[in-house]
Design a protein around this ligand. Sequence first.
Ligand code: SF4
Ligand SMILES: [Zn+2]
Length: 360
Amino acid sequence: MQFSNVTLGKEAELFKIVGDNRIKCTACARYCQIPNGKIGLCGVRGVLDNKLFLFSYGKVISGNIDPIEKKPVSHYMPGTSIYSIATTGCNWLCKYCQNYDISQRRKIEGIELSPHGVIEMAKKYRVEGIAYTYNEPSIFMEFAKDCGVEAHKNNIFNIFVSNGYLTPESIDLTKQFLDCITVDFKGSGEQNFVRKFIGIPSSDPIFQTIKEIKNSTKIHIEITDLIVPEVGDDLFAARKLCKFIHDELGDDTPIHFLRFHPDYKMMQFPSTPTETLEKHYEVAKTEGLKYVYIGNVPGHKLEHTYCPECGMIVVQRLGFDIVSWNLDIKNRCKKCSYPIAITGKPKKIGIRNRFKILMN
Ligand code: SF4
Ligand SMILES: [Zn+2]
């Protein structure tokens, strides 16, 4: 791809010089080898004067205040508010993307917001955390890192909502600032699905990423899996994913099976039937996972947290709100004292005020 309307942004940190006058970007598992004057597949990283630049550094295209539960994150800092930001571009080409206007835009656009400016916004809206979301954050890793380091100085935590298509080099940078990651599988990472509907050759790097994050960092991990009816709802693939999570990440790793809604180039597909999601729930439970959820189905009984020992509802939810909290001061089940793997506790219980859309 050629440059269109880029500003220089900032020189990237994640790269290697390779032969043939090319620079290899190491921010994501695409590992684009970019010649001088060209940009990588994500549209935001490119080579000028034999240097790799992150053109979208400090260019924020979307910013909203969300509940953390919307990410979805259910076992880390429940009840908190999050400043969610994104840039343009993405390293995936999902045919169902709900944010395609942002993610598939190959123009660098957005308001100028330095890391300091991002933190000022977070402080202004009194949020507890910042989420790097809507498009894949690893493609703007250097910007996220600078925001995240500044956020920590202000007692604000950092979350990635990521497709997990990272590299050992980019995982290394996350160690400086990242507190939580929710890795979004689609169609349980089944190979035919990811090739046809996402445009990546293999889902293997996602599995490697989460294994490495688990083994080399203290970052809290949650997994989501978008279940797409007819083409991305294979129970065998879901079982394989759940087995992996159980064996490599631990049985207390939360997993959320999300309902698909028709969007972008997949308008002809229906929404995922609730029964399909319930079948995935059963698979995860039989594989021994303790905290399994169904997402995008507000009011469903599987959006609550159940005690794995006695079965009581320990956290009752309604959509993104926590409506009852039945854990003691150490986050143990009030009925049987089983320790529930949740970090933090909500300051308030009940329906929260509406959240703000700042810009889109
Ligand atoms: S971040 Fe962008 S440029 Fe870098 S390897 Fe991934 S798609 Fe290519
Ligand atoms: Zn219990």
